[in-house]
Design a binder for this molecule. Structure first.
Ligand SMILES: CC(C)(COP(=O)(O)OP(=O)(O)OC[C@H]1O[C@@H](n2cnc3c(N)ncnc32)[C@H](O)[C@@H]1OP(=O)(O)O)[C@@H](O)C(=O)NCCC(=O)NCCS
Length: 187
């Protein structure tokens, strides 16, 4: 049985290898070991019965209202069994716990993310501060990625055991195609 759980530092070499294999096929951006250790709190893994890592995903928070789903990869022998979908759902659970209302992703595999509930949007609606990583992309500056977003139902705050209240939404300016864009991020 496959279990999806938060990553531990011991999982990092296997996550690194999974991403490296996808990066060799130019499907995702390569990640350095150090970067993976530093962002361990953002990462989820799928492990098999023997504890071997067979999949990974990550959620990087950019601001009070949006985070990026990144680094979703599943070992080839374990694909088409719902593992990728579960890794995406785990990232959404993390976003909901953190109070992040919009998750976006940039991918060359939009059909998979559409199956996971995402909607394609114009890349231009995404905030400018997310593009710093693009220089590491093998296709830079010719972007081949599709942008997709999904709204997240955030977990209500719990106070004194009472039924939670909603978290107030930060004022991020107008929402464009469902993605809140900070006024300072717009051109
Ligand atoms: C994309 C990837 C993560 C999917 O993982 P997976 O475990 O095979 O996906 P699932 O089995 O959970 O599939 C969920 C749904 O998406 C569909 N799907 C999976 N991969 C797909 C693809 N490449 N294109 C279109 N649809 C896809 C499945 O058919 C399934 O649909 P269904 O529910 O109607 O049957 C995996 O193929 C992979 O690691 N690819 C290499 C890295 C990559 O491209 N990552 C994504 C970009 S960052």
């Amino acid at each position: 049985m496959i279990q999806v759980r938060p990553a531990r530092v011991q999982d990092v070499p296997a996550i690194h290898d999974l991403i490296a294999r996808a990066a060799e096929r130019k499907l995702m951006v390569r990640r350095e070991l150090r970067e993976l250790y530093e962002t361990i709190c953002e990462l989820m893994v799928a492990v098999d019965d023997s504890g071997q890592v067979v999949g990974c995903s990550g959620l990087h928070v950019f601001g009070p209202d949006y985070a990026e789903l990144k680094g979703v990869a599943v070992e080839e022998t374990q694909r088409a069994r719902g593992v990728g979908r579960r890794l995406v759902a785990a990232a959404h659970d993390l976003a909901a716990r953190l109070g992040v209302r919009t998750v976006f992703t940039l991918t060359q595999t939009p059909a998979f993310f559409e199956k996971c509930g995402y909607t394609v949007v114009d890349r231009a609606v995404l905030p400018r501060d997310i593009w710093s990583e693009c220089v590491r992309c093998p296709f830079f500056p010719e972007c081949r990625e599709t942008a997709l977003v999904i709204p997240i139902q955030v977990e209500p705050l719990q106070r004194n055991g009472a039924v939670g209240e909603d978290i107030p939404r930060a004022d991020l300016g107008e929402a464009v195609n469902g993605v809140a864009v900070h006024p300072a991020s717009r051109g």
